[in-house]
Design a protein around this ligand. Structure first.
Ligand SMILES: [Zn+2]
Length: 269
């Protein structure tokens, strides 16, 4: 058992709470509960839902660490009539605290963007831009040039994403690749990738008008599903936090939530 505050200090050092994405209204840190209790460790997830809280209760964790903010936009009531309300009430009932590390974990060294760039096989990985000491996205080079379509196939395998797709010219030869994990479908990221002379951009949550822009501007986008792009990191986060805990002689365990293995219950059709 360890103090929740001591467990949180591990992730706070790795991904400082004040290093969130510039010009983005994020909500990171302790979102529900108290840091004055004790826990055997933390259950790690992308999204803290009622199901994850139930799993934490069953496994004896008093702390859940989620990537996406457990509460993102402010809520005006906490009732059992909404999913967020039910999650908060369940956590409060069971005395489970919920902590979220979002864009601070995306962009920190060793965070989601670095991991995605590594998995894609990029070398010389560096941020696309640095704002307020925060490295935005990542860019790097492949060992060997391939077409965007071939790279998309590899990326689909690496991230186990059956729905990965290419928007734009799939025949383009690609060597320099930019990446923003998860939801980088904003046009500003695409133009940033273009300004870094990327041959291709990998991200998720791409709306139609951005896919069209990619097609018309000659910078193909490899589109991953948000869940596939980020879920793979949660295991890595557990390894990182376990390593930091060992160095600190903190006796805790980190476990990846099984509940959210397929949280949105999407079926192949
Ligand atoms: Zn995300």
């Amino acid at each position: 058992m360890a103090k929740i505050a001591d467990i949180l200090s591990l992730i706070r050092r790795f991904a400082p709470e004040n290093a969130t994405e510039p010009d983005f209204e994020d909500n990171v840190g302790l979102i529900v509960g108290s840091q004055n209790g004790e826990s055997i460790g933390a259950l790690l997830c992308l999204d803290c839902t009622e199901g994850v809280i139930a799993e934490a209760k069953e496994k004896g964790y008093k702390l859940v660490i989620s990537h996406h903010p457990a509460i993102f936009r402010s809520v005006s009531r906490v009732t059992d009539e909404t999913p967020t309300g039910r999650m908060i009430l369940a956590a409060a009932r069971e005395g489970i605290s919920v902590y979220s590390a979002h864009t601070n974990l995306d962009f920190c060294q060793g965070g989601l963007n670095d991991f995605a760039a590594e998995l894609i096989g990029l070398k010389n990985i560096r941020p696309m831009a640095v704002e307020n000491d925060i490295g935005i996205g990542r860019i790097g080079e492949l060992d060997d040039s391939v077409t965007a379509t071939v790279l998309a196939g590899k990326v689909a395998d690496i991230f186990s994403d059956k729905r990965a797709a290419v928007a734009g010219n799939g025949n383009k030869t690609v060597k320099r690749v930019a990446v923003v994990n998860g939801g980088g479908g904003d046009i500003s990221f695409l133009t940033l990738a273009a300004s870094c002379n990327a041959d291709c951009y990998v991200t998720g949550d791409v709306p139609h008008h951005v896919a069209l822009y990619a097609d018309q501007s000659g910078l193909p986008i490899i589109i991953l599903q948000h869940y596939a792009a980020e879920r793979i990191y949660i295991k890595r986060l557990g390894e990182i936090l376990s390593g930091l805990a060992r160095n600190n002689n903190t006796d805790v365990q980190f476990e990846v939530s099984e509940y959210e293995r397929n949280p949105i219950r999407m079926e192949e059709v």
